[in-house]
Write a protein that binds this ligand. Structure first.
Ligand code: HAM
Length: 423
């Protein structure tokens, strides 16, 4: 009977050894930086009640309207695989009454998100985010801190071809005035708008501003700028953000068309954009969401955050930095049953000392084992046969400079450790 191989779900992917080293490197760099700035890890479930996302991200957004993986579980509760982390972190902040202990909290989380978008380069249905959020700080310095952290992380990862785009989306006081001004233009432009924007025109008019369809772009070229409609408080906030970024030498561009695809934003919105990923230009995005915690039933709590598209960042870093993957520190080539048994014991002892060891567990010729050592990219090879065991000496070969030294078997672990430490 013929059986077809089961394949991945479309838009999902495996991240294989060879790539995971780079992912770990990025993850460690992000965690180190965030923890140095006082962020603490939070882990939230990958599934939540659908209502959480509908109420926070917004019923009229693309994400909620058509991209969520939503299903009824066996008790007919509507559940959704998280399309982002911010809503879940807000839920946790409220549920665990964190505001009553200390309203100011800085969190980060790293993990998979799910959106049923059309897959293409840089766009997946399961993708990963590095997410950071600051709760309880209304000051524009929090906004600057997050944009500064993104810049610093990208610099450390040698990602230079990016620009921070910044806008203000105003607040419930000033945004309605802007929407009213936009409405007239949208009514006039209706015949040239795409089908999506015709729908957005009344329900979510700001989204028309950043539609990429040429007809909509042309119609919006002369759209009013939301920055001209900001109330005094939003204006002062935005000016402090841009002035402070300039003082810290963080490059940015003011982008009055930047809107973002989630409804919870107020005031500062930003994206880190790159030319390196084709159509998917945003490698990170975020903004302030001062009303969200309260709208989900919590106390009034200003908040702001960002999420980095981990897959996209990894693709950019891989292009400039392909060699993060490392072979083991040591390969043990053992000849003979007793030597192989000894070699296995050493490999466990060396592993516990933090020295990565690889070896072949089956009987193989020296030539085959040396080939394997080369293939896995081992820095050094320890060669030991039954006669070496008898003589109490093994051979340690440095694969880079091809030098060899004899080392005494009775102090083997310590001698190898010292050799590794000395490079
Ligand atoms: P977002 O802009 O929807 O914001 O997503 C953030 C980043 O996730 C994007 O800039 C992109 O790099 C990556 N991303 C989004 N969708 C995909 C996809 N289908 N495939 C690959 N990468 C993707 C948020 O999710 C907000 N929660 C950010 C935030 C945190 N705002 C405040 N706090």
């Amino acid at each position: 009977m013929s059986q077809t191989n089961i394949q991945l779900i479309r838009g999902f992917k495996d991240i294989l050894p060879g790539e995971t080293e780079l992912w770990q490197f990025i993850e460690k760099s992000a965690i180190t930086l965030l923890e140095d700035f006082g962020f603490r890890e939070i882990r939230v479930p990958i599934m939540e009640k659908t209502e959480l996302f509908a109420r926070s991200i917004g019923e009229d957004t693309d994400i909620v309207e058509k991209e969520m993986y939503t299903f009824a579980d066996r008790k007919n509760d509507m559940l959704t695989l998280r399309p982002e982390a911010t809503a879940s972190i807000c839920r946790a902040y409220i549920q665990h009454k964190m505001a009553s202990q200390d309203p100011v909290r800085k969190f980060y989380t790293i993990g998979p998100m799910f959106r049923r978008e059309r897959p293409q380069k840089g766009r997946y249905r399961q993708f990963y985010q590095i997410d950071a959020e600051i709760f309880g700080v209304a000051s524009p310095y929090a906004d600057v801190e997050l944009i500064f952290l993104l810049r610093t992380l990208f610099d450390r990862l040698q990602v230079t071809d990016t620009t921070a785009h910044i806008n203000s989306l105003g607040c419930p006081v000033c945004r309605p005035r802007f929407k009213a001004a936009l409405a007239d233009l949208l009514t006039a432009a209706a015949p040239t708008l795409c089908a999506d924007c015709l729908r957005r025109k009344d329900r979510n008019p700001l989204r028309v501003l950043d539609c990429k369809v040429p007809g909509c772009r042309a119609a919006m070229a002369n759209a009013p700028s939301i920055l001209d409609y900001l109330c005094d408080d939003c204006r002062t906030h935005f000016d402090t953000v841009t002035d402070t970024l300039a003082r810290l030498d963080v490059p940015f561009e003011i982008d009055k068309q930047l809107v973002r695809g989630l409804d919870y934003y107020t005031r500062t919105a930003f994206e880190i954009q790159t030319g390196a990923l084709g159509a998917q230009s945003a490698v990170a995005g975020g903004g302030r969401y001062d009303g969200l915690v309260e709208s989900l039933g919590g106390p009034p709590t200003p908040a702001i955050g960002f999420a980095i598209g981990f897959d996209r960042l990894a693709e950019i870093v891989a292009a400039s930095n392909p060699d993060v993957a490392n072979g083991p520190d040591l390969f043990i080539a053992a000849l003979g049953d007793t030597a192989r048994q000894k070699a296995f014991e050493w490999s466990t002892a060396l592993g516990c000392e933090g020295i990565g060891v690889s070896m072949v567990y089956e009987r193989k010729s020296l030539k085959a084992q040396m080939k394997q050592a080369n293939r896995v990219g081992a820095g050094r090879v320890l060669i030991v046969g039954d006669s070496e065991l008898e003589a109490g000496q093994a051979v340690l070969r440095n694969m880079a400079d091809k030098t060899q030294q004899e080392i005494p078997i009775d102090a083997l672990v310590q001698t190898i450790k010292r050799a590794m430490e000395n490079g």
